[in-house]
Design a protein around this ligand. Structure first.
Ligand code: FAD
Length: 396
């Protein structure tokens, strides 16, 4: 058996950046150099927040540096170029319309139409785009979800909105089911996540009878994540349905910690990075042990976790391109993992957010936050880019 854990399969930067010209690489190098300077990154982030609030032209900065690196385009159609380019390297795409925390019924309707468009696009482009995805906070009022989750008394108007929301989720799920398009829902903050978990379990029971069409996302930085996974898996599969899961570590780490502290509550998030890592890998093991009933979309930039899943697949004799298992990284990050996995023949996708800059901004801020907060993350990316710049003699 090949010892994947001790191999250096992700060290080939020539493969990692073979889809990037010298000019593109220089631009990426400049961006990550800025982000690796944590004080500059903090200033930049605060300026972006202020510019959003005050509607200042500093948006231009985000557009020039962040949007073009981390996003596909302003529209679904505009993102197609990137999809085609990645496909030349055996990398598939998942296009995520990054509208979140919307407030009006009109915007929910508009986003619902966009999701339907995404599903139609997947249905005709399955080889390049294997999944559709959306965010609950794009199609529902988060204040309402918080109230439902807390089991607070709803006003008559809220009861109508709740019914409308449940209908909308069912409509999207059924539309995907009819088109045979697997669809994921992203995980968000924990004050809405329990509701999302519950409704996605119901959708899986309803629409995953023949195969996994509906996928939920579980954040393994939650202390209770393994219990959530096991309980949800049991609830869904004992009805005879298949289970679809996108495990992630979780993107709202600092917000969740601050919120718990503000409310004088124990943090629901793991106390250490090692605890989160352990849970994430435990989840991968659980999925592989139950692969007969599970489809897995492993969303991570963590080399150890990726190698661990590759090892589990190898040990269990699962083909690299078994269509129940996909790996995925965010567009603009960890090219060394994506492109090398593609070269080795694994199912691999880039998760590509798209939409107007104003809507994508919370996503970009999370990336900036993450790259600042996570020890070593940006530096690791930056070191890899630097290595390729040196290999191409673009820097000394
Ligand atoms: C394709 C894709 C889809 C995604 N979709 C979602 C989504 O729907 N919802 C969502 O919330 N996130 C999502 N993410 C982001 C994800 O949750 C992580 O924030 C990000 O991928 C970094 O984690 P990592 O597994 O890549 O590994 P690493 O870089 O090794 O881990 C970093 C993560 O570890 C955790 N962590 C860091 N420090 C600590 C600490 N001190 N204590 C405890 N835990 C800590 C945090 O979750 C942090 O993000 C997605 C990521 C990808 C690649």
């Amino acid at each position: 058996m090949k010892d994947i854990m001790n191999s250096d399969i992700f060290s080939n930067t020539e493969i990692a950046f073979e889809n990037r010209s010298d000019e593109e690489l220089r631009r990426i190098y400049g961006l990550f150099k800025k982000m690796s300077n944590s004080s500059l990154s903090s200033i930049g982030k605060n300026m972006l927040k202020a510019s959003m609030f005050l509607k200042l032209p500093i948006h231009k900065f985000a557009e020039k540096y962040l949007f073009f690196h981390f996003c596909g385009g302003i529209t679904l159609e505009a993102s197609q170029n990137i999809v085609d380019k990645l496909y030349q390297y055996n990398v598939k795409s998942v296009l995520d319309y990054s509208a979140e925390s919307r407030k009006s019924e009109d915007s929910f309707k508009q986003i619902e139409s966009e999701i339907i468009k995404i599903i139609d696009n997947v249905a005709t482009n399955r080889s390049k785009i294997p999944y559709a995805v959306y965010k609950m906070s794009g199609v529902a009022n988060v204040e309402l979800i918080r109230k439902i989750q807390k089991k607070s008394e709803l006003t008559e108007e809220e009861k109508i909105s709740k019914e409308r929301l449940l209908k909308r989720i069912n409509y999207i799920s059924k539309y995907a089911y009819d088109k045979k398009v697997p669809i994921m829902v992203d995980a968000e903050r924990l004050d809405v996540q329990e509701f999302i978990d519950q409704i996605m379990d119901e959708m899986m029971i309803k629409y995953n009878k023949e195969e996994a069409i509906i996928f939920n996302t579980i954040q393994f930085y939650r202390k209770s994540s393994m219990e959530i996974l096991k309980k949800s898996f049991k609830k869904v599969t004992e009805t005879g349905a298949y289970y679809g899961i996108k495990p992630v570590r979780g993107a709202y780490y600092q917000e969740e910690k601050d919120l718990a502290k503000e409310n004088g509550l124990e943090s629901p998030i793991c106390d250490t990075k090692e605890d989160t890592d352990k849970k994430f890998d435990e989840a991968l093991l659980f999925c592989i042990e139950n692969i007969d009933k599970i489809s897995l979309f492993a969303a991570t930039h963590n080399e150890h976790s990726v190698k661990y899943l590759m090892t589990l697949m190898q040990d269990k004799g699962i083909d690299k391109n078994d269509n129940r298992i996909y790996f995925s990284q965010l567009y603009g990050m960890s090219e060394h993992i994506t492109l090398n996995l593609a070269k080795l023949g694994y199912n691999i996708t880039k998760y590509i957010p798209y939409g107007p800059l104003k809507l994508v901004m919370p996503y970009l801020l999370r990336r900036a936050d993450e790259n600042k907060a996570i020890q070593g993350q940006t530096n690791r990316e930056f070191e890899i880019i630097k290595k390729e710049m040196k290999r191409r003699n673009l820097i000394k």
